[in-house]
Design a protein around this ligand. Structure first.
Ligand code: NAD
Length: 483
């Protein structure tokens, strides 16, 4: 069995060497094809942070085991970590946070066990990184939440929860504010929940979730969230079990999977051989189990748990009165404990399953599209215009352009209505959303909208526009605060 391995930047090569040394000592039946990815590949002029050969190897083998990679700070350069997850559609990011005996936390000291699996959507949301400056004062990030994308990750979360006999699956969201985007994610969650009647499925607003995670973490089991909220909540969960050094991550897709630690390149300790390899090792266990190498995973995991129980630690955790080991010594300590059983959470030695999932060779991109059940019609348009004038002045100008097909319905600034009614206490920025709807909700076409655009552009710079669609009786757009 062959997998692709990218050592990564910063502490990446040190922790990857430690983990592969442990795998080799346990005779894990894997061969590694090293691939070129990371900051140094950017520096060689490959703008996506990987060579074409690396991409071909990963697509051929289907599994990438990777160290953390640095995102160079600078214009136009995207994170290679995010690019990899998105390019290969690893739509579900599974992060498991468990109490580890020997890693003291406030909860372990209080006898409160933690076993939380966060499933974070991995492709969409603000991680699209689609951002524009609309005026010199106003930046816009487009946050895509799609039905097929949400269904993929939510279906994965439910199937995984069933497999692990979870007692509860919770959707974290902010649908009270982002009614359309997070509302869609939540709708998909309850749609899939119908197929899993045995699972207790519920939802919680993400801020409340954060508060409850730090007060009663033991009440949660599987938590599924959109991308950014999932990223933040998973670092919070890492803190509950001892920090980033113990947070593994599996990026699951239908064809390609990426296994890596949650933490970054730790530039402050890179090159010193003192980094904690546990998070990458835990990610390695998830990979071995994914490949059917359950026995190897169990032997090494039991050795790791036993080592931690003995109070053996690297410098970032553990009893400060006991000397810490460096990365290599820590790996050697685990190797010396192969065959030992921990007192708590010992893993059953299930025999390896032969064979490995070979990735299906795709000839073309997969189109994810759900069935459209209602007819779509355009009933208006939001024009985002640049102006530093007062709302009533803008309204008068806009009304002149409305013509016979459009009504000027309202004007808002940063999402708050300022015309026809509003408050002089609302501060303004130099960009307004001017909403036009069709007279008598008569269906419009794109040419009507372009006509309005051309006319309006005589008075204003139009920064962007969004069509106002209806699907049957359902509005596809939000109202302004105060509307
Ligand atoms: P970081 O995770 O690298 O470091 C945060 C803190 O945790 C530092 O004090 C570091 O020393 C410590 N730390 C992290 N991992 C550790 C380990 N294994 N053992 C001991 N201590 C550890 O986060 P950062 O400083 O915000 O990011 C540094 C770089 O890493 C950035 O370029 C960022 O883009 C990148 N990054 C990459 C990934 C990834 O590859 N998946 C994830 C996060 C950040």
């Amino acid at each position: 069995m062959k997998i692709a391995v990218a050592k990564g930047d910063g502490i990446g090569p040190e922790i990857m060497s430690a983990v592969l040394k442990i795998f080799d000592a346990n005779k894990v039946p894997l061969e590694y094809e090293m691939v070129d990815m990371g900051k140094w590949v950017f520096d060689k002029g490959f703008s996506n942070g990987m060579t074409p050969e690396a991409q071909q190897t990963i697509e051929r083998l289907g599994i990438l085991f990777k160290g953390p990679m640095e995102t160079p700070k600078g214009k136009g350069v995207k994170s290679v970590n995010v690019t990899a997850r998105k390019t290969w559609n690893t739509y579900a990011n599974k992060r498991v946070f468990q109490t580890l005996h020997g890693v003291d936390t406030v909860f372990s000291k209080a006898g409160i066990p933690i076993d939380i699996t966060v499933v974070r959507e991995n492709i969409e949301d603000t991680y699209g990184g689609i951002e524009h400056m609309l005026t010199h004062d106003v930046a816009l990030s487009r946050r895509f939440i799609t039905r097929p994308g949400s269904m993929q990750v939510i279906r994965y979360a439910f199937a995984m929860a069933r497999q692990k006999n979870a007692r509860r699956i919770t959707c974290g969201h902010k649908a009270n504010i982002m009614k359309i985007t997070d509302g869609l994610f939540l709708e998909c969650f309850y749609e899939v929940a119908k197929e899993y009647p045995e699972l207790k499925a519920d939802d919680i607003i993400v801020d409340d979730l954060c508060m409850k995670l730090v007060t009663r973490p033991d009440t949660f089991d599987v938590v599924v969230l959109t991308n950014l909220q999932g990223d933040i909540v998973s670092d919070l969960c890492a803190g509950l079990v001892g920090g980033l050094g113990f947070a593994p991550s599996a990026n699951i897709g239908d064809h390609i999977c990426i296994f890596e630690a949650v933490h970054g390149t730790a530039p402050d300790i890179a090159g010193k051989n003192i980094a904690n390899p546990t998070a990458l090792l835990l990610s390695g266990f998830a990979m071995l189990r994914h490949l059917g190498l359950t026995e190897n995973a169990a032997i090494i995991e039991n050795a790791l748990l036993y080592t931690l129980e003995q109070g053996v630690h690297t410098g970032d955790f553990g009893d400060k009165n006991k000397p810490s080991l460096n990365t290599t010594e820590f790996a050697d300590a685990i190797i010396s404990n192969f065959g030992k059983m921990p007192q708590l959470n010992a893993k059953e030695l299930l025999a390896n399953k032969p064979g490995t999932p070979t990735p299906l060779k795709l000839e073309k991109n997969t189109m994810l599209e759900s069935k459209e059940i209602e007819n779509e019609k355009i009933i208006g348009v939001d024009m985002f215009i640049e102006s530093n004038e007062q709302p009533d002045v803008i309204a008068k100008k806009c009304q002149r352009h409305a013509g016979v097909k459009f009504n000027l319905v309202n004007i808002s600034n940063r999402g708050t209505q300022v015309w026809p009614t509003g408050s002089v206490y609302t501060n303004l920025v130099n960009q307004y959303n001017v909403r036009f709807e069709s007279i008598d909700t008569y269906p419009l076409n794109q040419q009507d909208v372009i006509g309005l655009y051309v006319s309006l552009s005589g008075d204003f710079k139009i920064c962007s526009l969004e069509l106002l669609n209806m699907w049957g009786e359902k509005k596809s757009y939000s109202s302004a605060a105060g509307q």
